[in-house]
Design a protein. Structure first.
Length: 110
């Protein structure tokens, strides 16, 4: 990729030293180190607006309630023999995956 733009910013002496030591450790220039870091890292965006955060939590909790209702319906269906064991286990595993993903989202936010 052609590098056409120049970007300058200020950092503390401690951060500059840390950047230089990390980039030297991996045998890169500081610029190349930052370019690779920016292009390969996942940055967690923090919500500063309390209203947005409360809405996010409310929506995630609502999704959790819906998942619990689905799990209850699945359990009822298996008891009434309206769902075979294979499909039941498959659906339960998918619900567990969704639950784990939601937990992961909440952990990242807090």
């Amino acid at each position: 990729m052609k590098k056409e733009e120049l970007f300058k910013f200020r950092i503390s002496k401690e951060l500059k030293d840390l950047l230089e030591s990390k980039s030297q450790y991996v045998n890169m220039s500081a610029s190349e180190f930052l370019r690779q870091f920016i292009s390969s890292s996942n940055i967690n965006v923090k919500i500063n607006n309390k209203k947005d955060l409360k809405e996010l939590i409310w929506n995630i909790n609502k999704i959790g309630v819906n998942i619990n209702q689905l799990a209850h319906s699945l359990n009822y269906s298996i008891q009434m023999e309206k769902l075979d064991s294979y499909n039941y286990k498959n659906l339960i595993n998918k619900l567990i995956i969704i639950e784990n993903q939601l937990d992961s989202i909440l952990e990242k936010e807090f």
